[in-house]
Ligand binder design. Structure first.
Ligand code: ADP
Length: 314
């Protein structure tokens, strides 16, 4: 199976590395405006292959994406310290206008996975440009709040002392400042969080809750201040998305995909729990029983993204 990565900077190259180390796919093609960089990354990654799984990795041009099953789009300009994801919008929108048609001309059947921030808006734009070429929105998705959801689960899991794979919790909405942590639905092994803590004598209070929320919300800022960029988490998330598609796993993830209606906001793209399989996103997002407060937070988040999309398109 052939996978394309357009934009082989830190995120794109790390996604490729995660695929090599996990034996995902059979051939990876890196495309970047900076051809020297793409070639160097492909060579460096290829030297990891003997220590992992057999895979072919090359640098190429858009036409070399022909036959790709999935193409990850991680092209663009990185987030600067102190800059919000939304401030990246203008700088990255221009790049996508040429990148999306170029990919689809070469690989008309590919599923497009967007990682560039602000990911909700970039995914919305990608779906729009793809639709102009007859591609259904099911075949366009963004990494959304996969990472935020992973951070939320990991922190909850650490607090309750349970394998994070048995903690169910979602972060939905914008991948950014207005994201919504769905506290009301947190469950450990199917048991509501408060009940689980009470039964096991685990301390739970507003201070612990606020601490977890704060760490989930500010993780990206904290990492960018410390090392300039985030890429291991997102690179691993992208590799997982590719694996799910290649194996038609029907996994449920908080990815972003064009939505008809999110908490009363129409025609918007924000992260919601979606089932993902071999042909892309399956059906509408899963229904969530949100509290009134969560629904109003989600409405705010979706409205904010919708406003930016509208500004951008007009
Ligand atoms: P990140 O941390 O998000 O990966 P980087 O700056 O490391 O950010 O990587 C972004 C990559 O996108 C760079 O390698 C850059 O050359 C590439 N890029 C920028 N514009 C384009 C474009 N129009 N087509 C392909 N690649 C692009």
């Amino acid at each position: 199976m052939k996978i394309g990565i357009v934009g082989s900077g830190l995120v794109g190259a790390t996604a490729a590395y995660a695929m090599v180390m996990n034996g995902i796919g059979r051939q990876i093609v890196l495309v970047d405006l900076n051809k020297e960089r793409a070639q160097a990354e492909a060579d460096d990654l290829y030297h990891a292959v003997p220590f992992a799984s057999p895979l072919e990795i090359t640098a190429g041009d858009y036409e070399d994406l022909a036959g790709c099953r999935v193409v990850i789009i991680a092209a663009g300009v990185g987030q600067r310290p102190g800059e919000t994801r939304l401030q990246l919008l203008g700088r990255n929108a221009t790049v996508f206008k040429q990148v999306v048609p170029a990919i689809l001309n070469a690989a008309p059947d590919a599923i497009l996975v967007v990682a560039t921030n602000p990911v909700d808006i970039m995914t919305h734009l990608t779906a729009r440009y793809a639709a102009q070429m007859g591609v259904s929105p099911d075949r366009v998705l963004g990494s959304g709040t996969m990472l935020d959801t992973a951070r939320f689960r990991a922190l909850l899991a650490r607090h309750v002392g349970v394998d994070s794979r048995h903690v169910h919790a979602y972060v939905i909405g914008e991948h950014g400042d207005s994201e919504v942590l769905v506290w009301s639905m947190v469950a450990v092994g199917g048991v509501p969080l408060l009940e689980f803590c009470n039964d096991r004598g685990i301390t739970w209070n507003d201070e612990i809750k606020a601490g977890i929320e704060n760490r989930v919300r500010n993780a990206a800022y904290h990492i960018i201040n410390g090392k300039g960029a985030t890429y291991y988490g997102i690179g691993s998330a992208l590799a997982r998305v590719v694996d799910i598609i290649l194996h038609d796993q029907r996994s449920i993830l908080t990815i972003c995909n064009p939505e008809r209606n999110v908490a009363g906001v129409e025609d918007v793209t924000v992260a919601m729990p979606h089932m993902l399989g071999g042909n892309g996103v399956i059906g509408e997002h899963n229904p969530l029983s949100l509290t009134d407060e969560e629904r109003s937070q989600l409405h705010h988040s979706a409205s904010l993204i919708k406003g930016l999309i509208t500004d951008l398109i007009e």
